[in-house]
Write a protein that binds this ligand. Structure first.
Ligand code: F6P
Length: 344
């Protein structure tokens, strides 16, 4: 790289989450302060590389963003290797490579979820110096024990469940709350246990509605004043309704118990990150800059057994890290009598 300053490009892609700005700050400040590198931000994920839409990131730009939700760079769900509607020729990957060179980049940081890491792996195969930084509230990225965004989403969902207890008690109702997580049940499992859910339904454990309704009727027979049902959005359902609305309707129909649903939605992706997410995002970002300094490309930063490390990108793409039904937390929930919809 000669005497020219090493130049890093940073992009954030896919669904946003609290902690992305902490990661951008971690990469940027480490690169500038520790390694004397130059940093540019790429606007709105991979589309910023296709459009060559960038912004210079100096220490001033990185100041004050640690606690800020969302991403100062913006994001998009553009998949460059996927031809757009009506597009005969997909020239996006060539444009990305061309603009990577024209911008004089020595490394590209891709902060994102599964789709982003898959794209990052493909760009690495085409010779770009790429490093992946895993982020998502879903916590479903293969190769890392944890992603930032997850702790904040669990915190938000748990606080919502806490609030549902009081209104459920007042009205003697069954309260169903649907939380995010895509195909994984991590948010539902963790917020369900933290929030004292009586029933927790996750995509990874097939449920039997009869067993769910039997559990709720048993609680009613025991004069339990109310029940809380936590549902992961990705569960199987025989309806186009949202998972929460579907389960609430089935419970109401089968048991006659007064039932209401809450779809928590994008609140789980908003606002300031928890301290845990700020710390993890900072650790990931700083380590990613260190990897650039050591010219270790083609890998994703990861947390493994409490240690920050890296894993080759081609081991990550196309896989999901789902809840193992024999997971220790599921087991402890069963000890406490939590119904996962699969057994009496
Ligand atoms: O991946 C994060 C996530 O919030 C999922 O939990 C959810 O299913 C999805 O994004 C929603 O996607 P969008 O933001 O495109 O509506």
């Amino acid at each position: 790289m000669g005497s020219k300053k090493i130049k890093i490009g940073i992009l954030s892609a896919g669904g946003d989450c609290p902690g992305i700005n902490a990661a951008i700050r971690g990469v940027g400040k480490t690169a500038i302060v520790e390694y004397g590198m130059e940093v540019i931000g790429i606007i709105n994920g991979f589309s910023g590389l296709v459009q060559k839409d960038t912004i210079k990131l100096n220490e001033q730009m990185l100041s004050g963003i640690l606690t800020l939700g969302g991403t100062i760079l913006g994001t998009s769900r553009l998949k460059p290797y996927k031809a757009g509607d009506g597009e005969d020729v997909n020239d996006k990957p060539d444009l990305i490579k061309k603009h990577y060179e024209e911008l004089g980049l020595d490394a590209l940081m891709c902060i994102g979820g599964n789709g982003t890491q898959t794209t990052a792996a493909m760009l690495a195969k085409e010779g770009l110096n790429v490093i992946g930084v895993p982020k998502t509230i879903d916590n479903d990225i293969w190769g890392t024990d944890l992603t930032f965004g997850f702790d904040t989403a669990v915190h938000i969902a748990t606080e919502a469940i806490d609030r549902l207890h009081t209104t459920a008690y007042s009205h003697k109702r069954v309260m169903v709350i649907e939380v995010m997580g895509h195909h994984a049940g991590w948010i539902a499992l963790h917020s369900g246990i933290a929030g004292g859910g009586d029933v927790i339904l996750i995509p990874e454990i097939p449920y039997d509605l009869n067993l769910v309704n039997e559990c709720l009727m048993e609680r009613s027979r025991k004069k339990k004043p109310y029940s809380i049902v936590v549902v992961g959005e990705g569960i199987e359902k025989a309806s186009k309704k949202s998972a929460g609305a579907y389960i609430a309707k089935q419970i109401r129909k089968a048991t006659g118990l007064e039932t209401r649903e809450t779809i928590l939605g994008y609140i789980q992706r908003g606002g300031s990150p928890t301290a845990t997410d700020r710390i993890l995002a900072t650790r990931f970002g700083a380590y990613a800059a260190k990897m650039v300094n050591e010219r270790r490309f083609g890998s994703m930063v990861a947390l493994r057994n409490g240690i920050i490390t890296s894993i080759p990108l081609d081991e990550v793409g196309g896989k999901l890290r789902l809840v193992d039904p024999t997971n220790g937390l599921v087991e402890k929930g069963r000890y406490l009598g939590v119904c996962f919809g699969d057994c009496r």
